[in-house]
Design a protein around this ligand. Structure first.
Ligand code: 13P
Length: 256
């Protein structure tokens, strides 16, 4: 499976900063973009168009949005629809990120609605799952992952489930490792990813083998090669270290 290296720029970058960073990525990838890497940038809404323009015509680079409201259009003041994001160049939608679950209080029902809507609208979907430190310490890793995965897929039609390979990825991001500098160790990543894979098998059968599983949480150039080399790790989702083109380029080429 081609490994996916994804950047989540979160609430960083003006349009110019995004355009400059995206151009630096394109220039840098001239030398390093391996056939075995797909690059994805989840840009802030206001910078999606610039990022997409910078990537236009370059194979292996795609743009996504970090959030959307699951309706075509309507009286939803302040919200952005997936079609508006398609209009500015987003092909992927990120759903269930821990910052949206925990800071913006998105519950399992909202996450499920968004997953079904994103797929129905023809987007590629990346679903984030992961436990808090308290949940891990209480021995709830397995049940948290099970709850987040099964509820997110619950609203999908049979047809949507069948067409998940090629347009669905899961990012395991332990909440305690995000932005903290505490990366999950290889044993923890192996264990969590094996659990996600086996739960996906229960939900999707043989198709589960074709769903990329990404790890996210304090990924840096120094630990990227180890992480990407682990069993069941099909990619990385990178926050802080994706903001500088040079550091993201090092992560992209790590282990390739
Ligand atoms: P950091 O890489 O900054 O820990 O963020 C991870 C993340 O939340 C990516 O979605």
């Amino acid at each position: 499976m081609q490994k996916i290296i994804a950047a989540n720029w979160k609430m960083y970058k003006t349009r110019k900063e995004a355009a400059d960073c995206a151009a630096a990525l394109v220039a840098g990838l001239g030398n390093v973009l391996p056939q075995r890497r797909q690059i994805l940038v989840f840009a802030p809404f206001t910078a999606i168009a610039e990022t997409s323009r910078a990537f236009a015509g370059v194979a292996g680079l795609e743009v996504g949005a970090q959030n959307f409201y699951p309706a075509r259009e309507g009286a939803f003041t302040g919200e952005i629809s997936s079609q508006m994001l398609h209009d500015v160049g987003a092909d992927w939608l990120l759903v269930g990120h821990s910052e949206r679950r925990h800071i913006l209080h998105e519950d399992l029902g909202i996450v499920a609605d968004k997953c079904a809507f994103a797929l129905a609208e023809g987007f590629k979907l990346m679903l984030c799952v992961g436990e808090t430190l308290a949940e891990r310490e209480a021995g709830e890793l397995g049940s948290v992952l099970e709850r987040q995965l099964s509820s997110a897929l619950a609203a999908l039609s049979e047809e949507q489930r069948r067409t998940l390979p090629g347009r669905f990825a899961v990012a395991y991001e332990p909440v305690w490792a995000i932005g903290t500098g505490k990366v999950a160790g290889p044993a923890e990543v192996l264990d969590a990813h094996a659990r996600v894979r086996s739960q996906l098998e229960g939900l999707l059968g043989a198709d589960a083998a074709h769903i990329p599983l990404l790890y996210g949480g304090s990924v840096k150039p120094e630990n990227a090669a180890t992480l990407i080399g682990l069993d069941n790790v099909d990619g990385l989702l990178v926050g802080g270290a994706s903001l500088e083109a040079q550091s993201f380029l090092q992560i992209i080429s790590a282990g390739a």
